[in-house]
Each structure stands twice: as structure tokens, then as C-alpha cells.
Design a protein around this ligand. Structure first.
Ligand SMILES: NC(=O)c1ccc[n+]([C@@H]2O[C@H](COP(=O)([O-])OP(=O)(O)OC[C@H]3O[C@@H](n4cnc5c(N)ncnc54)[C@H](O)[C@@H]3O)[C@@H](O)[C@H]2O)c1
Length: 716
């Protein structure tokens, strides 16, 4: 019997005609699928298939996980290639995986850890799959704008059924062992220590014909029953997002088209649709930002590795933000001193945490005793007792420079010399907050977004005096809280609010020039924003937005100052603050659950008219889109010029995580790249008369001159 040793897998004989194929990619921590692995698999399978002594095959992994799926770097290269190359890639994988599936003997896969995408597609070629009880399987491809192109759409419905395959593939989710067993995607679940023995037992049963693997295999080569109801539901869901995420509908169409076909007839169709999707901007954006995020994660991890971990923390101010920060900290196993000046505020902060924990218990994510332990990690206090023991103090008191300076001076006098002090200010310069302190190097900003337990992003703000050690500790603390920290330079609005400020100013200008705000809402929502700008103002509060825009206008007069009364100022003066006051651009009434229900408000027309000195006029949708998105993109470019953030990757990640910027457009700078920077400059030239908001920064002009892109240097 042949024995094979390669760079990605090897075979060994287990006796009684059984061969083990062990996946073990050399010099790397995980097994990934790429053209080299496929080629090696082919070299190994050809002699194996001809081996007359072979009676059964066991497929295992020597790594912590079975097979992680496609190598995203290789996928990125593939997306940059031609349709022909993409179809050839799928055809190669299909040919080799079919060879595995068609071996003349039974094949059993022992899945440890996880098998995702190409990993699960490989496992589906086996006659039986045994999954470790702590393992996970799934098809994440649709989330990347593509489809499981190594036979996933063909094998999954033939093994299970149409409804299950649609649910798994279109949903792009990962499933735990019990769900995978229930769905029929795996045949057995075993404790990790028993995985191999259980898989071998299944194999022996098949070899002994105690399991009818031959009939089952024939069924997998044939047609599968169409399920009209499942297709109709999946189609109507997928149609809602088809404009931005075409992969969902493409999978529904493909499965329906392939139901009456044999496996071998369906595989080339899958390859064809894979290549169609691989050519879409959505696929390029989703895979590109995945790679970019990996770089960001790596950088954050490196920073945090140099930090002293924050075990004991203190939060000043038990309000909306302080309460949320305390909860999010305690949930992750850290101790929290929660200090306020008012007992009522403390009671509220503690009861908010209790409510959030109760929801976790209700949802089965925490046991009552775990929730209790978390709650007891938060110590509410009106005193400064214990502040000499904490590693980091988060200040989240009222937005008032003097109050912040005073309270931090008091804390500094009590804390250890190495305690890091961070402020959750939304608008005050960190340098000014730290100006009176003895150790300004210990001070940074930590700008959380509301609600803290939901929003992923935290801007970690570095002032000119902040030390590297302080940044490292703050980044490590944010990571320990399960958030994504982004280090930005101290400047008014920091990064996210500054870039949003340009977008909001563009809105004010459009209204001044006569645009209909409902058209702006529609255009921005259909571009992919979760909500239009007017509704966003109402949710955030027009008083808050007005105040923030005044600060930004003073800081960036050439870009954001306006010489007219904006619609935002008019609404704020009228005390139409949005949801909190019952009316803004829209009207709000509490629904039976107490949540604000939105409706149109005829009286807004008169207020808008006051903001339109030359009256209303018609705008093309494209004009609206360009004016809104170019303003945002150009400000993002200026931030890069000023090195407010380290790279285009950071800026785009901040906007996605902090504002809901549509992921399929990548981020403002990815979007600029996808338009082409020369085209961005052309479009900006049309709006030159509108002032500095549409004046491109020098970095953008330079890149365009050299025919380069923002991401050029950042991606492989
Ligand atoms: N609300 C938001 O969406 C948001 C978002 C990001 C940042 N921020 C910033 O977070 C900070 C807090 O905002 P908030 O919305 O939680 O305000 P809040 O009014 O809900 O809470 C402030 C709390 O600070 C307490 N406080 C006042 N002086 C204090 C002192 N000397 N010592 C201890 N506690 C004191 C008050 O009693 C109150 O409980 C502000 O700087 C704000 O700009 C707010």
C-alpha cells in the first residue's frame, strides 16, 4: 500500500486496509485550502484510488482545527483574476474533491475544532462525518459576497435537503455540533477525546457493510427534491438585499436550477456562478476588508502584548456611558469601582447593569450564578476609597472641561503613579483635560459609542504627551472588553465624529440648495446606510448634533463652517431635538413597548422652507449621493493626510464600526478607490463652488496623479 508525505497532508496505514489521510500544513498553525493543497490532494488520491488492498479511508487533522476553509489571501488573488481563472480554480477543486468522494471504499471524516467553507466542503465528500462536541461547521462564503464554490451548493442539499442547505449557505452562519447533527450535516458527535475512535468505529461499520454507504453515496450523486416553499421564502428575503449582496439571491437561484440535475451536471454551474459573484465589487470589498481587518487585529494585539493588563478598574460617572462601560468591563471578568457624586445616579447605573445581565440569563447566555458574580464585580461608591489599587480609571462624567480637570486631578493625587487615566469625552481635547495634571503622559482618550455594550468601536485618543505605555494599556483594556480599539490622534471630533461632521455639513448644504430631505433619506438608505441622515439626527438628538457641528465648524472653518442658518440649527432652536423631544425631522410616539414609533410630520415643511433661502428644487439621485459621500470621503482623506489615524484601513474600519457605514462599500476610502481617485477628483470639481468641503486633500491629489489608490500599499 502506498504511503504519501507532502507539504499539506500525509497518509499512513492503520492496518486492515484502512488508510488515514491527515491534514497537516507544514510551518503554519492552521490547515487552509488553496490550489497547492488541491494539487497535492490529487497527487495523493490517484494512486490511492488504484490500491487494490484499500478497504476504508479516515480523514483527520493534526492541527487544532480540521480545515479552516479557503486561504483568504489566495482568495483575494483569485478575485483579482479573470472569470476564466476563477472557473478553472473551481473546476480543479471539483475534480479532486469528486475523486475523494468517489474512492471505491467508504470514507469517514473526523472533524476536530472547526471546518468552515472549503473545510466543510471537503468533509462533505466523505460518506460519514463525526464532529467533535466542541466543534463548529458552516459556510461563511456568502458573507464574503461569493458562494461555497468547491461543491458546497451541490453537496449540502443532496446530503440534507433544500431548506437546510438554503438556511446554512444563505445565512453564512457557523453551527455548533448539536445543530449540525440535527441538520444532518454531520452523522455523529463525539467528545474530543473520543473523536478518532468514534470515526474509526463508523468506518469499520461501513467497511463491514453494517452501514449502507453505497446507497447513500449514489443518492448524493443524483437530484434532490425541490422545496417550493423554502425557495419562495429564501428568494423573497434575498431580494431585499440583492442590490448590495447579490450572493444570497444567486445561491437561491442556483440551488433551484440545480435541484433536477445530477451532481456532475450541477458542479460546473456552481463554478460559473462563483465566478460571476467573484467579479462583483461586493466580493472584492468584503474579502479586502477582511484582510485589512486582520492587519488591524495583529497591530492591536502587538500593542496590547506590551501592556500591563488592567485587572482592577474604576469608572467615574454612573450615567449612560459610565454605566455601560462598567457593565461591559465586569462581563469580561474585571473588577470595577463605579463612582458617582449622586446616589440616585449610582442606583440607576447598577440597575441598568442588572437589567442587561437579566437579559443574558433569559437568553441562556449566562447562568444566574454567573450573572450574580458579574454584578458583584461592580462596586458602586460615592467615595474615592480603593482608587489607589486600580490599574485604569475611565472618566465619564458630564461634558465639562473644568469638572473633568478637577475630578482627574483628585484621582491623580490618590492613584498609583502608573495608573492610566482615560477620558470618555466626546468633544474636549485630551491635551486640555490633562493640562493641569502632574503626569499627562498617563492620560489618553477612550471614546466609546452609545450603547457601549453593543457598539464595537472605541477610539483610543493619543495626545502629544500620551506615552506609548499608556496607549498600550488602553488598547489592551479595550481588547479585554471585547471591543475594537483604534488609536487616533487628539483632534476636535477625533476621527469618527469629524468625518461624520463633513457628511452632516453636506446634508445642511443640500437642504439649503433646495433638496428634499426625504429624497436624501431614500438615496442614502438605498446606497446601504442603515438609516438616512435625517433619521440619524433624530436618534442622536439635534441639540447634540448642533453642538458638535459648532465645535467642528470652529475647528475646521475652511471645511465645515457655514455662512447660513442650517436646518439643523433651526430645528435645534425650535427644540425639535428628535426622538427625545417627540419631534425632529419626523414625529415620534411611544409604541405599546415604550419604544419611539416614527411617523411623518407635515409641520416640518415650514421649518425646512426657512432653511431654503432660494426655495426647493429638484436634484438627481446621483447628485445627492455624490454630494453626501464625497464630502465624507474627502474628510477621511484629510484625516489620513494629518495622520489622525495610521492608515486607510483604520479609517474605514472606524467608519464601519462606529457609524454603520455599509460594509459592501468597504469604507469611505475603499469607496474612493473603487470609484478611481481620478474620477473622485472629476466629481469634486463639479462642486468647487460649494467651498472647502469639496476640496480634495493633498494626499488624495498626489495618489490620483500617480494613478495609485489609498489601499494600494496595504493589501497583498
Ligand atoms: N451619551 C453619549 O452618547 C456619549 C457618547 C460618547 C461620549 N460621551 C461622553 O461621556 C461622558 C458622559 O456622558 P453621559 O451621556 O454618560 O452623561 P450622563 O449625564 O448620563 O452621566 C454623567 C454622570 O456623571 C456624574 N458626575 C458628574 N460629576 C461627577 C463627578 N465629579 N464625579 C463622579 N461623577 C460625576 C453625574 O452624576 C452623572 O451620573 C461625557 O463626557 C460625554 O460627552 C457621551
Amino acid at each position: 500500500m502506498t504511503v504519501f508525505t507532502g507539504n499539506f497532508l500525509s497518509t499512513s496505514q492503520l492496518g486492515r486496509g484502512i488508510v488515514e489521510i491527515c491534514l497537516d500544513r507544514k510551518n503554519e498553525a492552521v490547515n487552509k485550502l488553496d490550489p497547492l493543497v488541491i494539487a497535492e490532494l490529487a497527487r495523493m488520491l490517484t494512486p490511492l484510488a488504484q490500491d487494490g488492498n484499500l478497504r476504508g479511508v479516515l480523514v483527520t487533522s493534526a492541527k487544532d482545527a480540521f480545515l479552516a476553509g479557503a486561504d483568504i489571501q489566495a482568495l483575494w488573488t483569485l478575485l483579482g483574476g479573470s472569470r476564466k481563472a476563477q472557473i478553472a480554480f473551481c473546476a480543479d477543486a471539483d475534480r479532486v474533491l469528486t475523486q475523494l468522494e468517489d474512492l471505491p471504499v467508504p470514507v469517514v471524516c473526523a472533524i476536530n475544532g472547526y471546518a468552515l467553507g472549503g473545510g466543510l466542503e471537503t468533509a462533505l465528500c466523505a460518506d460519514y462525518r463525526v464532529l467533535a462536541a466542541d466543534g463548529q461547521v458552516g459556510f461563511p462564503e456568502v458573507g464574503f459576497g461569493i458562494l461555497p464554490g468547491a461543491g458546497g451548493t451541490v453537496r449540502a442539499p443532496r446530503l440534507t435537503n433544500a431548506a437546510t442547505a438554503l438556511h446554512w449557505i444563505v445565512g453564512a452562519r457557523t453551527f455548533k455540533a448539536d445543530a449540525a447533527l440535527k441538520a444532518g450535516m454531520v452523522d455523529a458527535v463525539a467528545e474530543p477525546t473520543r473523536l478518532r475512535a468514534t470515526a474509526l468505529d463508523w468506518l469499520q461499520q461501513a467497511i463491514d457493510d453494517r452501514l449502507d454507504w453505497k446507497t447513500r453515496r449514489e443518492l448524493r450523486k443524483g437530484v434532490f427534491a425541490s422545496d417550493e416553499a423554502a425557495f419562495a421564502t429564501a428568494r423573497s428575503d434575498a431580494q431585499k438585499s440583492v442590490h448590495h449582496y447579490p450572493a444570497r439571491l444567486a445561491v437561491v437561484d442556483l440551488l433551484q436550477r440545480c435541484a433536477p440535475l445530477s451532481r456532475d451536471a450541477a458542479l460546473p454551474l456552481e463554478a460559473e456562478i462563483f465566478s460571476t459573484l467573484a467579479q462583483t465589487p461586493t466580493a472584492k470589498a468584503m474579502v479586502g476588508i477582511f484582510l485589512a481587518n486582520q492587519q488591524l487585529k495583529k497591530r492591536n494585539k502587538e500593542l496590547a502584548s506590551r501592556a500591563r493588563p488592567a485587572k482592577r478598574t474604576a469608572i467615574l460617572g454612573a450615567g449612560i456611558m459610565g454605566g455601560g462601560i462598567a457593565y461591559t468591563t465586569a462581563v469580561k471578568g474585571m473588577q470595577v469601582l463605579l463612582k458617582d457624586i449622586a446616589q440616585s445616579a449610582l442606583d440607576l447605573g447598577v440597575s441598568e447593569a442588572r437589567k442587561l445581565l437579566a437579559k443574558q440569563v433569559e437568553g441562556g447566555r449566562l447562568t444566574p450564578s454567573e450573572a450574580e458574580a458579574i454584578q458583584s464585580a461592580i462596586t458602586p461608591t460615592l467615595e474615592f476609597q480603593g482608587f489607589d489599587t486600580v490599574d485604569i480609571v475611565v472618566e465619564a462624567v458630564v461634558e465639562n472641561l473644568k469638572v473633568k480637570q478637577e475630578v482627574l486631578a483628585r484621582v491623580e493625587s490618590l492613584a498609583r503613579p502608573d495608573t492610566v487615566l482615560v477620558s470618555n469625552t466626546s468633544s474636549l481635547p485630551i491635551a486640555e483635560i490633562a493640562a493641569e495634571l502632574r503626569r499627562p503622559e498617563n492620560v489618553a482618550g477612550m471614546h466609546f459609542f452609545n450603547p457601549v455594550h453593543v457598539m464595537q468601536l472605541v477610539e483610543v485618543v493619543r495626545s502629544a504627551k500620551t506615552s506609548d505605555a499608556t496607549i498600550a494599556t488602553t488598547v489592551a483594556y479595550a481588547l479585554a472588553m471585547g471591543r475594537t480599539p483604534l488609536v487616533v490622534k487628539d483632534c476636535p471630533g477625533f476621527l469618527v465624529n469629524r468625518v461624520l461632521g463633513a457628511y452632516f455639513t453636506a446634508f445642511a448644504l443640500l437642504i439649503r440648495d433646495g433638496a428634499n430631505f426625504m429624497q436624501i433619506e431614500r438615496v442614502m438608505e438605498s446606497w446601504g446606510w442603515p438609516m438616512g441622515p435625517a433619521y440619524l439626527f433624530d436618534v442622536a438628538g439635534l441639540d447634540t448634533i448642533d453642538k458638535a457641528l459648532r465645535i467642528l465648524a470652529a475647528a475646521y472653518p475652511g471645511v465645515m463652517a457655514t455662512d447660513f442658518r442650517t436646518v439643523i440649527q433651526i430645528l435645534a432652536e425650535e427644540k425639535r431635538y428628535g426622538q427625545k423631544s417627540g419631534a425632529g425631522f419626523f414625529r415620534y410616539e411611544a409604541d405599546p413597548k415604550g419604544k419611539p414609533r416614527r411617523s411623518g410630520d407635515p409641520s416640518i415643511a415650514g421649518l425646512i422652507a426657512r432653511a431654503q433661502p432660494t426655495g426647493a428644487r429638484a436634484f438627481a439621485d446621483d447628485d445627492i449621493l455624490d454630494r453626501m459621500m464625497l464630502a465624507m470621503t474627502l474628510e477621511a482623506g484629510r484625516c489620513l493626510d494629518e495622520q489622525i489615524a495610521e492608515s486607510a484601513i483604520d479609517i474605514d474600519a472606524s467608519m464601519r464600526l462606529g457609524t454603520g457605514f455599509p460594509a459592501h462599500h468597504g469604507g469611505p476610502l475603499w469607496y474612493a478607490d473603487s470609484l478611481g481617485l481620478a474620477e473622485v477628483l472629476n466629481r469634486c470639481a463639479r462642486y468647487r463652488s460649494l467651498g472647502g468641503l469639496y476640496a480634495p486633500g493633498h494626499g488624495l491629489r498626489q495618489l490620483a496623479d500617480r494613478n495609485r489608490t489609498f489601499y494600494g500599499a496595504n493589501l497583498p
